[in-house]
Design a protein around this ligand. Sequence first.
Ligand code: HAM
Length: 414
Amino acid sequence: MANGVPPPGTADIFPEESRRWRKLESVAADVFARYGYGELRTPVFEYTEVFQRGLGGETEVVQKEMYTFEDRGGRSLTLRPEGTAGVMRALLNTDVLNGVEQRVYYCGPMFRGERPAAGRKRQFHQIGVENVGRVSPELDAECIAMLMHLLEEIGITGSVLKINSRGVMADREPAGELLRNYFAGHVADMCPDCKNRFERNLWRILDCKEAGCRQIVAGAPDYFSAYSAESQEYFNRVLASLDALGVKYQVDRQLVRGLDYYVHTVWEVTHDGLGGQNAIAGGGRYELFLPDQSKPVRGVGFAAGMERLMLVQDALKAAQVDPEEPPVFLVSLGTAARLENLKLAAKLRHSGRRVALEVEDKSMKAQMRSANRAGAVTVVIRGEDELARGVAVVKNMAGGEQQEIPLGELADKL
Ligand code: HAM
């Protein structure tokens, strides 16, 4: 174990940086609140079946990437690789299965055992939302518009929204048949992964990144036309609503998304500022099955990777933090003054001010240097003489001017 180095694919977030995280979370909370979403906090681990059943046993996440362990009673638990399944598990405690709408958002760490790279972590953080209980293309469009609204508020311009329809389960057979017939003639030229996908997970061939496979996919038949009229109509209504909302999109028939619960609308937002891992957010409509439930939970939602949002902000020089109020720095000359300043600091802090002070016997010069380093704009200086007279010297760091102020008036003058 190397000193001070966290496990691969994880990171420490120091105060300077965590202020950015807080800002991002608070802007998101504020935007989501305007659409009626409240925060739901669920555990970071769930029973493994929640993800196995919820995400589908064939998904790459479930097959290869989950952090699974046993609890003391021998039950299998898994660190959440994504937020949706756990949120659905929690919402079983509400009336969502009876069509009562719930609007929730969440943010926090997710865990996937992927190969770490820039923008790809093993512990990463998502901000996600779920609109659960009702089915309507207008809700899908509103959800997408809310994501684009969030990106706008956090200064991310130039992103691309790609959208597609996965149809419903009944559409997969006829549409899959079209694809299977076409791909069957090209299996020999596919990458090893896609040869495997041809047998087990046909649709994922569509979003393979290998050049050879992309060429094959480019000639694939238009499977959307094999969807039922209702499914086509649903998708067209999503697009019409997006048009009405002024949200720009690109229909991308190669977008299938990596999780099995999606039906109808799926989307992804990419940004060039990220390089390789270019998806900053993804989502869609889903029908998610939980253990011991015969009915799926129906909803629509998305999640954005917080690390990736911040990488894009960096690339755009659009990092956001709330300005911090500079501290008042208390300079003490002598032990008695230090004790009095300790009391003064407590009083000012209780009244809401930020205060810094030196706790050892240091020269005036050294304390002024500390004040500078702490970013203080105002310094309060007290020694034996000031204590005896019940005053304090208040110095403005910028202009250098100083003023003697009676102690009783100090709190108001700072
Ligand atoms: P996802 O596409 O797997 O969807 O993840 C959403 C976002 O999380 C990605 O677009 C990316 O920004 C970020 N992300 C994923 N994996 C990593 C990683 N290893 N390192 C850094 N960032 C990553 C979901 O998770 C769905 N639950 C979204 C959803 C909600 N669909 C419906 N509701």
